[in-house]
Design a protein around this ligand. Structure first.
Ligand SMILES: N[C@@H](CCC(=O)N[C@@H](CS)C(=O)NCC(=O)O)C(=O)O
Length: 233
């Protein structure tokens, strides 16, 4: 059976995995997870014991969590490696480097803002977290702006999983009103290009439950209950 991506709303980093699946245009399904409520039951613990999205249920029945692992899996499953590079090549090293940076620096820069957003009301602590978060997000944006320079894509001369993943994280700057992306012109240009991409438009439509036009791979939604027989006990 085709792979299934468990994606989280609102604003999940799983957005990037939806974009990558669209770019590959191979058959896949989606399972919508409203965070955190849909993750609390025992069935979701069988999918991901740490109760996070995204998770990919692979075509051979394994569950794979962590965006970087899911996205690398998609690269290697594609015989043409359209969203990555041959293992061992300089470009593949660079892609791994960029994915690590996006996960440990760019994603992580938003952590104080997510903590302030999700915690019970405590205005002085939330104000402190927001100040810290804005400063970290600004620093990560400045670094990425410089890494990107005038390049068309984050790694090499084609779109890769790094661009797909970045498309999902970049929107958090507005969501948290953290910084003004137009202060980072190379990054802002890249975000504008990605936002016009049909795979990104599709992922937004899926998240917001609007009519979504797939480039061909999307085979529809499936519920957690329907997937139970495919999951290891
Ligand atoms: N390192 C993981 C992070 C996964 C993660 O933090 N997922 C968030 C959404 S972006 C989540 O599921 N949060 C659970 C919640 O909000 O309850 C990855 O990159 O996939």
């Amino acid at each position: 059976m085709e792979p299934v991506l468990f994606y989280g709303v609102p604003q999940g980093c799983s957005f990037g995995s939806i974009v990558a699946l669209e770019w590959l245009a191979q058959p896949y399904r989606l399972c919508r997870i409203v965070m955190p409520d849909d993750m609390q039951g025992p069935l979701y613990a069988r999918i991901n014991p740490v109760r996070e999205t995204p998770v990919l249920l692979t075509s051979d029945g394994r569950t794979l969590s962590e965006s970087a692992a899911i996205l690398q899996h998609l690269v290697t499953q594609d015989p043409q490696q359209r969203l990555g590079y041959r293992a061992g090549s300089a470009e593949a090293d660079r892609l791994n480097q960029t994915m690590s940076w996006l996960t440990t620096t760019f994603f992580a820069s938003f952590s104080p803002l997510w903590t302030a957003y999700e915690m019970p009301d405590d205005p002085p602590v939330q104000a402190m977290l927001r100040t810290l978060g804005r400063s970290q997000v600004a620093k990560a944006h400045a670094q990425l702006d410089s890494l990107l320079g005038s390049n068309d894509w984050l790694v090499g001369d084609k779109r890769t999983i790094a661009d797909a993943y970045f498309a999902g994280l970049a929107r958090w700057a507005d969501y948290h009103q953290a910084i003004d992306q137009s202060d980072y012109p190379n990054l802002a240009r890249h975000v504008r290009k990605l936002e016009a991409d049909p795979g990104v438009v599709f992922a937004h439509a899926i998240e917001t439950e609007k009519p979504a036009v797939s480039s061909g791979g999307f085979r529809g939604h499936v519920t957690l209950a329907e997937l139970e027989p495919r999951l290891a006990a």
